[in-house]
Design a protein around this ligand. Structure first.
Ligand code: NAG
Ligand code: NAG
Ligand code: NAG
Length: 485
């Protein structure tokens, strides 16, 4: 095997009409031919019911529904945690937060990141001869050695954390609505709580900030351009590639785009969902035109919808958590209720993954790492335990089952962060402790509640088993009550 001549030149060079920093795709080993390419697209805060193929009330995802018809749709697929950073850390390490150390979201001021002794999926694939790119939201620490360029990605284009964690000139829709960044000639106003005004959201290309504040109205288009360029260059190089995309959609603020302006009278959420769908459609088109049949496209989400954002949040489909909601809590993001971590998931690989198939296998974002490593013919690092499994036989249509046991960690609703508070065992699900994330305001002036207003006092000890029957899940309480959600 030859040696990798992998380097990212961090100075932009004029290339393809734009400033596209040159990634050296050359590799003097022979990897042409058999190794598949991988495109992993992770939506943000997307509800299970936001995918039309899952939930007929949703009509805004024609491209994704098409992908479902041409590939495999997973209906019992789970995020590895119910918030951003832990879920992303698990995707890139194949390990739960208790093992990889990421149990909370990183803040704008965080100087750390995903622990440096963790090996990322991108590092494993780089070693196996892949060219690797990350486009979008990183949220695993970006200072110094925590930056994606030092975590296995030859190319990086995106924002370091969520796009509500910094001000922009194009704030979009949010609750509370945030103002544009303060201008030099104007002092910062007495601004709404929950709005960041002291940091303008940066857009990075590799180690350089290329736009600050980022223009949220054109971000999706930039992501589409960079992704198609990356796929183009990587395919032309003859080297296999990994592209990991962390979309801004469906996280708030929802952008005010041309698309939403065109569809006046439509809910901003629906417009934004169509924008995401179109972005995924553009990437799939590019794959179809350059590397079809040798590229595995995996679409999923990082956690359920952010219910506190009311009409700016997505749909949990049938997983309404009626028991939880009756206690005044949200059934979605941050919780281990179904709406919090059961996410849309699609696998598309014409000729390898059967078309128009629905899989009920219990799978997880944790499985992406071992599956991709196996399909790439690489090996897992030997010195650690992985929580995911190699799901390739499920993808090929040879096997119908996934995890027998799958743990869901706490992501802020109850107890210790990262603690394994909920378990799925086949058709059953048990809560050790069930908390709540409030989404009702106690203060009529402000809606919804900010995280610091959440009331941590209401923990319900619900120890019992759920029967999972036709996608309806229920719990049995210690007193024998039965609740379905
Ligand atoms: C990384 O270091 C931490 C702290 O020493 C340790 O707990 C963890 O097990 C290490 N992880 C690996 C993969 O070696
Ligand atoms: C942001 O991008 C949109 C769409 O490309 C453009 O119309 C608008 O002028 C830009 N806004 C700013 C503040 O640059
Ligand atoms: C997909 O499968 C469904 C039901 O099994 C069928 O009604 C539909 O026509 C199929 N679609 C395609 C594109 O094959």
């Amino acid at each position: 095997m030859g040696w990798l001549f992998l380097k990212v030149l961090l100075v932009g060079v004029t290339f393809l009409g734009g400033l596209y920093p040159f990634v050296d795709f050359s590799y003097n080993g022979d990897t042409r031919g058999q190794k598949p390419n991988f495109v992993i697209i992770l939506a943000d805060d997307m509800g299970w019911g936001d995918l039309g193929a899952n939930w007929a009330e949703t009509k805004d995802t024609v491209h994704l529904d098409q992908m479902a018809a041409e590939g495999m749709r997973f209906v019992d697929f789970h995020a590895a945690a119910s918030t951003c950073s832990p879920s992303r850390a698990s995707l890139l390490t194949g390990r739960l937060g208790l093992r990889n150390g990421v149990t909370h979201n990183f803040a704008v001021t965080s100087v750390g990141g995903l622990p440096l002794n963790e090996t990322t999926l991108a590092e494993v694939l780089q070693q196996a001869g892949y060219v690797t790119g990350m486009i979008g939201k990183w949220h695993l620490g970006h200072h110094g050695s925590y930056h994606p360029n030092f975590r296995g990605f030859d190319y990086y284009f995106g924002i370091p954390y969520s796009h509500d964690m910094g001000c922009t000139d194009t704030p979009g829709y949010n609750h509370p609505p945030c103002p544009a960044c303060p201008r030099d000639d104007r002092p910062a106003r007495n601004l709404e709580r929950d709005c960041y005004t002291d940091v303008a959201l940066p857009l990075y290309e590799n180690l350089n900030i290329v736009e600050q504040p980022v223009n949220l109205s054109s971000l999706a288009q930039k992501y589409a351009e960079k992704a198609t360029q990356f796929i183009q260059h990587a395919s032309a190089s003859g080297r296999p590639f990994l592209l990991y995309m962390g979309l801004s959609h469906m996280h708030v603020p929802l952008s005010r785009t041309q698309l939403s302006a065109d569809s006046q009278g439509q809910r901003p959420y629906g417009a934004s969902l169509r924008e995401m769908d179109s972005l995924v459609g553009q990437i799939k088109d590019k794959v179809d035109h350059t590397a079809k049949e040798n590229t595995f496209l995996w679409f999923t989400g990082d956690n359920g919808p952010w219910a506190q954002k009311c009409e700016l949040a997505g749909s949990v489909g049938p997983f309404t958590g009626s028991w939880q909601v009756h206690q005044g809590g949200s059934p979605a993001k941050q919780t281990t209720w179904e709406g919090g971590h059961r996410v849309p998931a699609l696998a598309y690989w014409p000729g390898t993954v059967p078309a128009n198939v629905t899989s009920t296998a219990l799978l997880s974002v944790l499985d992406i790492f071992p599956t991709v490593v196996a399909l790439a013919g690489a090996s897992l690092p030997k010195d650690r335990h992985f929580d995911g499994l190699d799901a390739s036989e499920v993808l090929f249509g040879w096997l119908q089952t996934g995890h027998r046991v799958l743990f869901h960690p706490n992501s802020g609703a109850a107890g210790e962060y990262g603690a394994l508070q909920t378990v799925r065992l086949g058709r059953y699900k048990a809560f050790y402790i069930s908390g709540r994330v409030n989404f009702r305001s106690h203060s009529p002036a402000r809606k919804p509640l900010a995280p610091r207003d959440w009331n941590p006092e209401c923990y319900y000890e619900v120890i019992g088993l759920f029967r999972n029957d036709h996608n309806r899940t229920g719990i049995m309480t210690p007193r024998g009550g039965k609740f379905f959600f």
